[in-house]
Design a protein around this ligand. Structure first.
Ligand code: ZN
Length: 210
């Protein structure tokens, strides 16, 4: 079929109108397509971060099937251009992503949203809860060596945390007999945070509440 058309076209003599060229004005078409796979990321810190270095580190850590590009914007959200759905899904599922102990919080891109519309207030974290009475551990248990060389049991849970609130370090748990247990929460990949107010994004030295 293609051949037929080319033979046909070869035989044709074009009219003046037909020889006029139609030039695409969408010069950036290749860059803008596929936005449904993009994400928007934000550095959740007041500390200075070397963004170029962060982009390089993430690109090398992510092993995406296809190329990924960060759009350099000085302030606010950073568009992260994934080229396919699987890459984005995998990288978002592996959140939180930290660079230099600062949280880079990512959410899926939405073409109908402006940068201000994005909500970066929550981030998933893996936490380890230990000191839970054995009979209340109803999820997968894990074991790890504690500081004294013994074994500690803990429950590993993925939770979505409101990062504008102080990080919770313990849970006071009261069982049906009224006995209280203090369960300890440890965060995997904990960003740099402030020991005074418990918030992430600044260090103790820069805390405004002290
Ligand atoms: Zn603080």
């Amino acid at each position: 079929m293609e051949e037929d058309i080319s033979i046909l076209l070869a035989k044709l003599s074009f009219s003046e109108e037909e020889t006029k060229r139609v030039v695409s004005k969408k010069a950036n078409m290749d860059n803008s397509k596929g936005y449904e796979h993009w994400a928007i990321g934000k550095l959740m810190t007041k500390e200075k971060v070397n963004r170029e270095a962060m982009y390089r580190v993430f690109i090398s850590l992510w092993y995406t099937k296809e190329e990924v590009n960060f759009v350099a914007i000085k302030e606010g959200g950073i568009p992260v251009k994934f080229c396919n759905k699987e890459d984005r899904k995998r990288i978002l599922n592996l959140s939180p992503w930290l660079f230099d102990q600062c949280l880079f919080n990512m959410v899926p891109y939405n073409k109908d949203k402006t940068m201000e519309d994005y909500d970066f207030s929550h981030s998933p974290f893996w936490v380890r809860v230990s000191n839970i009475p054995m009979e209340y551990m109803d999820r997968d248990l894990a074991l790890e060596r504690d500081r004294d060389g013994g074994w500690t049991e803990y429950m590993r849970i993925r939770i979505n945390i409101d990062i504008n609130k102080p990080l919770r370090r313990v849970v006071h748990y009261i069982d049906h007999e009224g006995e209280e247990f203090v369960c300890v929460i440890r965060y995997e990949k904990l960003p740099r945070f402030c020991y005074i107010c418990g918030l992430i994004g600044h260090t103790t030295q820069k805390c405004k509440s002290r």
